[in-house]
Design a protein around this ligand. Structure first.
Ligand SMILES: C[S@@+](CC[C@H](N)C(=O)[O-])C[C@H]1O[C@@H](n2cnc3c(N)ncnc32)[C@H](O)[C@@H]1O
Length: 459
């Protein structure tokens, strides 16, 4: 079978899924960065469009992206494109025959698929589209069941379902290379997961976070607010060793009330390790332990390749940390006296994000990534509200809308240098945290927004 592995200077077309729009390009960029490749979209690529053309890649690069991406559905070696079928034809006729011929040999088998976005074509119209490609020099035999090569004609009818044009806005033709990992969303659905909680992270978003964090084989990944370990499940799937902490004893030890309907108490083996076992990645489990994220227990060193987490916002779980109301100042050296009695006190969002960034600056390796969710009250959001740290570069900031007034943003940062003394102290007084310092006012609005959405007062 002919292969184009190692060939470069080709254009590749990615067909992206039309959900989680904001997360798609940062995911592709992160996966390219994992291979040390730049993100070079070609001129014809349009925002929000499900089709993305990329330059400067090899087929191997594209296969590697597709082996990880949950935002991309399929990838094609792009042979031609245009606004009309006429333009497509001239573009295809200009495509070098030496690039086509290895896949059109007499002794090969092939199939042509027709895919339309935002329009359904009748069967006879699909056949007409295929017949109209008779100018291409196919010499092999058609095999619908198990072809050696699959080609695809893709027609884009825009993104407005209420205003579908008669003719496509853009048309592409290419050779299919690989499908993405959309199947992981179904196979890892929390609906069928062994151990779940009220805030278990959705499988698709867990894999997106893992990709934004550039998690790779043999990495050590840490989740300081681990809950039921959904993020550890996704990271372990891509070969990372995983560990986490949570303040809640019952969650860490898989005890207490069950989050399942028709089940009062958790069963004997409902825990994070069993979740990894369910997906065949138990060997990647390092451990989880009960610990308060505001008071890290780790030896100070750049221990983690990625920190990936979904902190509590006080919506469905409380934002608490250990400590007495009277004793709210941290000793400067971070050492707590042995007589300390760990009663709990409120953990303000401003402190939580400040602690998380500071922790990441100290415990990530240089080049390692922090990926976390930031709650947003939309009417007052501005980019300056995103917490920054001198040791962490902001890589992406993607919105997931929850209601007209509320959303959460997936923030990805990369460690660029080891902290010096002034770095950790400087950012705590940074005015950029001020939006979160007014924690109560902020949370009140955040809560009332969510209440409006759900029609409840007890969220
Ligand atoms: C949004 S949940 C995380 C859900 C998790 N991603 C999952 O898939 O199950 C936040 C978790 O943070 C924990 N938590 C709250 N305050 C904490 C603290 N101060 N330190 C560590 N964990 C804390 C809660 O017990 C809760 O399990």
């Amino acid at each position: 079978m002919a292969t184009s592995a190692g060939r470069s200077r080709f254009q590749y077309l990615l067909h992206l899924a039309q959900d989680n729009l904001d997360f798609r390009i940062p995911e592709i960029k992160a996966l390219l960065a994992l291979r040390g490749k730049p993100f070079r979209p070609s001129e014809s690529s349009r925002e929000k469009c499900p089709f993305l053309c990329l330059d400067g890649l090899s087929e191997d690069d594209v296969r590697c992206i597709m082996a990880r991406s949950v935002c991309a559905k399929s990838a094609f070696e792009l042979w031609g494109h245009g606004k009309t079928h006429g333009e497509l034809k001239s573009s295809l006729l200009k495509y070098p025959s030496e690039n086509m011929s290895p896949f059109m040999q007499r002794d090969s088998t092939y199939r042509i698929n027709v895919y339309t976005f935002n329009k359904t074509l009748l069967f006879e119209d699909r056949i007409k589209r295929i017949d109209a490609l008779e100018y291409l020099p196919f010499e092999g035999t058609v095999s619908l069941k198990s072809p050696q090569h699959i080609f695809c004609l893709l027609e884009d009818y825009g993104t407005d379902p209420n205003n579908i044009p008669e003719h496509p806005e853009y048309i592409y033709f290419g050779r299919w290379i690989a499908d993405g990992q959309r199947e992981l969303i179904r196979s890892h659905s929390v609906k069928n997961r062994h151990f779940i909680g009220n805030t278990s992270m959705d499988a698709g978003l867990s894999f997106i976070m893992t990709n934004h964090a550039k998690v790779k084989e043999n990495d050590l990944v840490f989740d300081p607010f681990v809950g039921t370990g959904s993020l550890l499940v996704a990271c372990s799937h891509f070969g990372a060793y995983v560990c986490g902490t949570d303040i809640d004893y019952n969650t860490i030890h898989g005890r207490g009330r069950s989050s399942r309907k028709n089940q009062k108490w958790r069963g004997p083996d409902e825990n994070i390790r069993a979740n990894l076992r369910q997906y065949g990645t138990e060997r990647m489990y390092v451990d989880v332990m009960v610990s308060d994220a505001s008071k890290p227990v780790w030896r100070e060193a750049p221990l983690f390749d990625a920190i990936i987490t979904d902190p509590p916002y006080g919506i469905r779980e409380s934002t608490r940390k250990t400590g007495s109301h009277k004793d709210i100042t941290k000793p400067p050296d971070g050492i707590f006296v042995e007589s300390h009695v760990p009663v709990s006190q409120a953990y303000h969002l401003s402190d939580m994000f400040s602690d998380l960034l500071n922790f990441s600056a100290h415990y990530l390796v240089v080049g390692g990534r922090l990926v976390y969710w930031l709650p947003i009250y939309r009417p007052e959001y501005c980019e300056e509200m995103v917490p920054l740290h001198p040791c962490l570069r902001l890589i992406s900031n993607c919105e997931q809308t929850l209601s007209s007034h509320t959303s959460r943003r997936l923030i990805t940062m990369e460690k660029i240098k080891e902290p010096e003394e002034q770095d950790s102290l400087a950012h705590l007084s940074d005015p950029r945290f001020s939006a979160y310092q007014g924690h109560n006012a902020f949370r009140e609005k955040y809560f009332s927004g969510l209440n409006k959405k759900s029609g409840r007062d007890d969220v």
